[in-house]
Design a protein around this ligand. Structure first.
Ligand code: SAM
Length: 355
């Protein structure tokens, strides 16, 4: 059933309470929608939203009431797109609700967040995991919204940007709140229940929101096309209709920084001086996979840079990754391996296009 009480782990119960709370606040959820673990038998698999019966294009699947959102009020902040300040304010709001605990108006949401595993994004990883990811990242740039240019590194950005300007105001802010506001937030808002939807890029995106996720009165989540029974609902975290235009500046590395996972294909890498590489996976009839790269405006990186990077990544693999398995937390290790693979695949695929 859609509340997931039939699963015997505690988080599923919290998800049921979260949905009941959303319904009590004026929301709705189509009976064909289920919020559950990707594999209900595997209590380590992630939560997402699924449909358990066919849905027609345009049908309303979820109505998220405005009253359940935690949203920064001052619209001028939104207009100026002062990203760090928005996230900072949102983090402080989250802290307030967290500390109210069961007295918070958002208690069912707070209880769900409390069940989240600690350390999902690299900024919150172990020191050894952070160090290794930093090495793997090497020379691949990361976008910084504040400077609208090359950013800090994939690991230390949270400390570099938020420690001086946000963590100490009237009180002290635990970086955990900033991490939550980044990995589950929408710049100026935390949106319970809607934030159960996972990310996909490209043609797997199958849901659309209207009028806007920032609308004070809430919004609806609709099927973008006909859906089959069992499909997971997805939207793109970097091409969502109400987000800033991030598609040209934000890619696979920024996704890892902000959400703590290596996205599925297609991938996108915005390089410092070497343009943008798009990489897609092509699955043949026999199930074998190959990768195709394209470069923005046909401008591919220099061959010399590509071969140097390939060599660098091979060295990192041999000298560091291979030797780290025993002392890096499993999730971090596996994510680093995936990321290393993503960079390697991108270089292999783009090389034939480079001069
Ligand atoms: C807004 S939440 C989505 C709901 C989340 N899966 C949950 O269990 O509550 C964002 C987080 O979901 C996970 N996530 C989202 N899309 C994913 C994907 N395509 N693959 C793996 N993890 C994903 C990441 O941990 C990310 O930080």
């Amino acid at each position: 059933n859609h509340h997931g009480e039939n699963q015997d782990d505690g988080t599923s119960k919290l998800v049921g309470e979260l949905i009941d709370w959303m319904l009590a606040k004026g929301g709705s959820m189509d009976p064909r929608v289920e919020m559950r673990r990707w594999n209900p038998q595997d209590p380590t698999s992630y939560f997402g939203a699924f449909v358990n019966a066919p849905v027609k294009k345009g049908e309303l699947l979820l109505k998220i009431p405005g009253a359940i959102k935690i949203q920064v009020e001052d619209p001028s902040i939104q207009d100026d797109w002062d990203y760090d300040e928005q996230v900072c304010q949102l983090s402080w709001m989250l802290k307030t609700e967290y500390e109210l605990g069961d007295d918070s108006d958002y208690a069912p949401y707070i209880n769900y967040l409390k069940a989240q595993p600690f350390g999902q994004i690299p900024a919150m990883w172990s020191n050894v995991g952070q160090h290794l990811l930093f090495e793997v990242q090497g020379d691949w740039s990361i976008h910084d919204f504040e400077t609208q240019g090359e950013g800090e590194d994939i690991v230390m950005w949270l400390w570099k940007s938020f420690e001086p300007n946000c963590m100490f105001r009237n009180d002290t802010l635990n970086p955990f709140y900033i991490a939550m506001a980044v990995q589950r937030g929408y710049d100026i808002a935390l949106i319970p229940v809607y934030d159960m939807l996972n990310h996909y890029n490209g043609d797997k995106v199958n849901s659309i929101t209207r009028p806007s996720i920032y609308d004070k009165d809430g919004f609806g989540v609709y099927a973008l096309r006909d859906l089959k029974a069992g499909e997971e609902l997805f939207y793109s975290y970097h091409a969502c209709p109400d987000c800033r235009d991030t598609i040209d500046i934000w890619g696979t590395p920024e996704m890892l920084r902000d959400f703590g996972f290596v996205e599925q294909y297609p991938h996108r890498f915005h390089l410092k001086k070497n343009g943008t590489i798009f990489v897609d996976e092509v699955v043949a009839d026999d199930g074998s996979k190959s990768y195709v790269a394209t470069c923005r405006d046909g401008e591919c990186p220099r061959k010399e840079w590509v071969t140097e990077e390939m060599e660098y990544l091979q060295n990192v693999e041999r000298k560091q990754i291979a030797k780290s398995k025993s002392f890096i937390p499993k999730y971090e290790y596996e994510t680093i391996k995936q990321y290393h693979k993503a960079l390697t695949v991108a270089l292999d695929a783009v090389l034939p296009l480079c001069t």
